[in-house]
Design a protein around this ligand. Structure first.
Ligand SMILES: [Zn+2]
Length: 203
């Protein structure tokens, strides 16, 4: 915790003054252009990877960058998506998976999650991801599952009414990314249609 308080002190002393104009502008302005959905994994830092400034990314982070398909009812992820798309009018949505994802590893390697029921339940939102990544008879490789999970979560995203409306009006574009931690690279999946499949395949 001491690291954090020292970090705050350093931020106030060194970082904030250098961006004082930006923070003054942001005090009354919130106009991000991108909704960025990534894993909660501590090694995935959206602003660092994309070199974005404060105010540029509206970020949702969940275990496994999972986006539950829309169902009516109170849902924090759904509310955040609706706010970004219908109120803030973001023009782009990125779903970003990453290498060595603990959630995808647990699924690919069928870890025993009986002692972690909340995680087990949450990972059910990746059932379609696993189905897409599993070859005949075999267990999916983690890397393949990470990629298919990005596609599956983009498809889930499109079930949210605000996203469906924006896609129909052509005011938002969906992007699937995979971040490789040891290489520092970002692999952009093929152009995606509203279902999260490559546009060329869907055509
Ligand atoms: Zn992860």
């Amino acid at each position: 915790m001491q690291d954090l308080t020292e970090g705050v002190a350093r931020f106030q002393r060194d970082v904030y003054p250098a961006k004082a104009d930006l923070f003054a502008h942001l005090a009354a302005t919130h106009r991000p252009t991108t909704l960025f959905i990534s894993c909660s994994d501590a090694r995935v830092v959206p602003e660092l990877i994309t070199q974005s400034e404060p105010g540029e990314l509206f970020v949702i982070r969940t275990a496994g960058n999972l986006v539950p398909a829309y169902t009516p009812g109170p849902d924090g992820v759904a509310a955040s998506i609706e706010y970004a798309v219908a109120v803030l009018n973001v023009t782009d949505i990125v779903v970003c998976g990453h290498s060595a994802c603990g959630a995808m590893t647990a699924l690919a390697e069928r870890h025993d999650l009986s002692g972690a029921p909340a995680i087990a339940d949450w990972l059910r939102h990746a059932d379609a991801s696993r189905a897409r990544a599993t070859g005949e008879g075999g267990a999916p490789k983690v890397d393949a599952l990470v990629r298919e999970n990005v596609r599956a979560q983009l498809a889930n995203l499109a079930t949210h009414p605000s996203v469906a409306r924006a896609l129909a009006a052509d005011t938002v574009t969906l992007h699937g990314w995979v971040y490789d931690i040891p290489a520092g690279t970002v692999d952009e999946l093929d152009e995606l249609d509203a279902t999260g499949r490559p546009a060329a395949v869907a055509a």
